[in-house]
Design a protein around this ligand. Structure first.
Ligand code: GRF
Length: 218
């Protein structure tokens, strides 16, 4: 059974709370994936310490040690392959990726973004949502496409925007949902229940279990 679990490499640059939610979910014996590697491009990323305390293999591939983006990505790719990684999860990984790297991991690389895509691609999503006065905000897990913060959507969670919200309070409300939907999305992909169909993701049994669109229940 254990050998059938998909080997996942999680790419981080900082705090790593989404990585942590994946590690915690994968500690369940029936979860269809295991976290085989946590890779950071930043030496003092707090998430690396957590991974080490969990006994998870870690790797540091510092972008600034390479002459260019492609050399950096080739080193990351070799590290992932060297650890037998089959699926990649970007979790607060703060480097833009080239079409070459995205192509290597096509339909096998997930990202989490703190907005309801296709709205608010890019940075400062909470500030922008507040500035435009939207009433509903949220988070998205998607397969990675060459364009930034784009690609077939696997799971989304919505949260209300409240009158007194600051970027920080809104971010915290969204983050709590990120920690719910990233493990869910990884489970759907690793188990084979989610598959890419053109620009969309089809989820087996979705009509019976519509939890890939999550409204907060907690
Ligand atoms: C999260 O909000 C994620 O959606 C975004 O960057 C943040 C990373 O936080 N891509 P953490 O490192 O997972 O705590």
């Amino acid at each position: 059974m254990t050998s059938q679990r998909k080997r996942v490499g999680v790419l981080i640059s900082g705090r790593g709370s989404n990585m942590r939610s994946l590690v915690e979910a994968a500690s369940a014996p029936d979860f269809p994936a295991e976290i085989a590697l946590v890779l950071s491009n930043v030496a003092d990323a707090a998430g690396l310490d957590f991974a080490r305390t969990q006994g998870i293999a870690t790797a540091l591939v510092e972008h600034k040690a390479f002459s260019g983006r492609e050399a950096f990505e080739r080193a990351m790719h070799e590290t992932l392959v060297g650890h037998g990684v089959e699926l990649v999860c970007l979790a607060g990984f703060m480097r833009l990726l080239t079409p070459w790297f995205v192509g290597q991991w096509r339909d096998r690389m997930l990202n989490i973004h703190p907005a309801l895509l296709p709205a608010y691609r890019g940075l400062h999503t909470h500030e922008r949502a507040l500035a435009e006065g939207v009433k509903i905000h949220g988070a998205t897990v998607h397969f990675v496409a060459p364009e930034v913060d784009a690609g077939p959507i696997i799971a989304q969670a919505a949260v209300p925007v409240l009158g007194g919200d600051t970027p920080e309070t809104l971010a915290a409300r969204v983050l709590a949902q990120e920690h719910r939907i990233y493990p869910l999305a990884l489970k759907l992909v690793a188990s084979g229940a989610a598959r890419v169909d053109g620009a969309r993701v089809l989820i087996e049994g979705e009509a019976a279990a519509p939890d890939a669109l999550l409204w907060p229940t907690a």
